[in-house]
Design a protein around this ligand. Structure first.
Ligand code: GPP
Ligand code: MG
Length: 277
């Protein structure tokens, strides 16, 4: 039977990647620090004394930087009232959604095309006793199946490189109410340097994704009634995370590509906050 959630061969291959990546110490060992499991990177300076060991201090520091990244995203999402509804588009193992619920007290829906990730995240919410307020669904963020105008805020935390931005923002514009907020943190290619650099191509290959140029974001937002209110270049703020990760026991081999891409200027780490008009 053809899945209505996974509609293309590309989506099937992305789902297969996340369904089979279950033994990923870089995410599991960090998540075990406080049971917030992230699938995004970090921001801010690290404490160099962690390099003196033991190794668990480096793990704790990497996790602190990843949670700081999620906090920064949520800073741009609010205010959100406890009776409003918000959406995590590409929710991974659930870390940002749980933090959003802790901060705003509101109900959160998270979507992922990986059934494994949905199960993992729902289990985390159940363990915390918040499963009725934080729910994860096996669904495609291009077709959320949520009522029109029903969400006060939506975010994508490093997930937009898996989808067509025009299709994504058309769906978000439908689901957000007037004046609703969209926040994106993403890595994007620098149009000014021309076509994709080798380092950016390596990142695409590593994660089976398709990093968009910076221009594609602003075009697709404007085309869909999403008006940027803030754009923050987080490139300099994320470099220390990659430097520390490169020296850790949980380095995966992709660290040098990120460092090269950011330092040569072919790639930026951006936060974009936009309002639905
Ligand atoms: C992965 O997080 C994030 C992505 C695959 C999206 C790509 C992001 C860009 C900015 C290009 P992860 O926590 O699963 O990755 P890792 O296992 O390497 O920590
Ligand atoms: Mg990670």
């Amino acid at each position: 039977m053809t899945s209505t959630i996974l509609r293309t061969d590309f989506e099937k291959s992305v789902a297969a990647y996340w369904n089979t990546h279950r033994n990923d110490p870089v995410n599991l060992r960090l998540g075990e620090v406080d049971d917030l499991y992230h699938h995004h990177y970090g921001v801010g300076p690290y404490d160099p004394s962690v390099l003196k060991g033991p190794e668990q201090r480096i793990i704790g520091e990497l996790h602190r930087l990843e949670s700081a990244q999620a906090d920064l995203l949520l800073d741009h999402l609010g205010p959100v009232g406890p009776d409003e509804l918000i959406l995590d588009a590409g929710s991974g193992r659930g870390g940002t959604s749980i933090m959003a619920h802790q901060r705003f007290g509101c109900e959160v829906d998270g979507l992922s095309i990986s059934e494994y990730q949905v199960g993992f995240a729902n289990d985390q919410a159940a363990r915390r006793g918040i499963a009725e307020r934080v729910r994860f669904h096996f669904r495609n963020m291009l077709d959320t199946r949520l009522p029109s105008g029903s969400r006060q805020a939506i975010w994508t935390n490093e997930t937009t490189m898996y989808v067509d931005l025009g299709d994504l923002y058309r769906e978000f514009a439908r689901v957000l109410g007037f004046g609703g907020r969209y926040v994106c943190i993403t890595g994007c290619a620098n149009d000014v340097t021309g076509l994709r650099s080798k380092a950016v191509s390596r990142i695409n290959e590593h994660y089976t994704c398709d990093i968009h140029p910076r221009s594609a974001y602003f075009r697709a937002l404007a085309d869909n009634g999403l008006v940027p209110i803030e754009v923050v270049d987080l490139t300099a703020a994320t470099i220390p995370y990659w430097q520390l990760r490169a020296r850790s026991s949980v380095a995966t081999g992709i660290e040098e590509a990120f460092l090269t891409a950011y330092q040569e200027g072919s790639f930026h780490y951006l936060l974009i906050a936009a309002d639905r008009i």
